[in-house]
Ligand binder design. Sequence first.
Ligand SMILES: [Zn+2]
Length: 330
Amino acid sequence: MIYERIFYIVIISCLVACQPKQSTTSGVRWPFSADSAYSYINKQVAFGPRVPNTAAHQDCGDWLVGELYRHGAVVEEQHGTMINYAGVEQPIRNIVAHFKGRSAFTILLCAHWDCRPWSDEEDDYNNHFLPVPGANDGASGVGVLLEIARQWQSLSTMEGAIGVPSIDIVCFDVEDMGTPNHYTGLQREDTWCLGSQYWATQYKNTPTESRTKYQYGILLDMVGDPSATFPREYFSTLYAGSYVEQIWRIASQLGYGRYFVNQSAYPITDDHLYVNTIAGIPCVDIIDYKPNQQTGFAEWWHTQQDDMRNINKQTLQAVGQTVMTMICSK
Ligand SMILES: [Zn+2]
C-alpha cells in the first residue's frame, strides 16, 4: 500500500448504505489466542517471501487453502490476471473462505497474503532487489484471520451463539507489487492492490441477486508491530465512518486505546479502497501508520527487517480481540 501526501478530492457517489447497530461488548470476552495467530504468521514466513510467481507463494497458498478448509470453511480460489506496473500480465490467486454463521448477515474480513518483490525502502540500493520477508506486511493480517477462522469453527456451533454472523475471509493476492522505486517509467497508484481490484470488479459484475450481501468489511494490514498505532485512516472514515467509530470505541472499551489511537491518518491506497469504491462495500482498514516517519510507515516497511522480530503477541491480541468483539456485536 501507499499513502497519499496530497489530499484527495473524492466525489462520494453514495454514502454508507447501512448503519451498524449500536455495539455493546456486553462484558463478553470473545476467544482469541495471540499464540496461535503468532504461529500462523511464523508458518507463512517460514515458506520464504510469498512473492507471486515463486514456489514459496504457491506452497503458502496451498497451505492457506488447507487451513481454511480444515477450520470448516467452504473455500473458493479466484484466479485471474491483471496488468502490472510494467504493462505485463500478472496472475492473481485470491483465496476466499466462507464460514456459515447463525445470523442473517455476512461480514467481510480481508488481508493480503503476497509479499513485495523488492525491498525498495532499504538505504542500500543493492538490497532493493531482494524480496521482503513480509512478517508484518502480509503475514500478520492473514495470521489474525486464520486464528479468527479457528475460533469460528467452535463458536458458530456453540449452543446459544445465535448472533454469530457468517463471515467471508478473503486473502487478497498481489497487493504489494506496486511500481518499485527504481522503476524509471510512470509511478501509478493503481498498480497496487491488483488482487483486490480483481475481486471487487468480479463482485460488482455479479448480478445483485446472486452475490453475497456484506454488512461491512474489515481489512487488516501490518498489525503485529510492538509499537503499532492504528489511527482512523481517511478512506475508512470517508466510506465506512460509522464502523470506524464502532471499532475504535470497542478497542477503547477493551483497553486497547494505546493501539487504536484517536487520530486521523492520510488516505492510504490499500485493498479497502477498491472494496469501497468498486464493490461498494463499506470497509475499514486497520493499518499501522506512523505519521512521524517520512514514509508514513514503520522503519522495517519494505525492507529486509520486516521479519518475526517485529511481531508482538500483545499487539496481535489487541487486534484479534477487537475484531472478534466487533463482529460478534449485536
Ligand atoms: Zn507493502
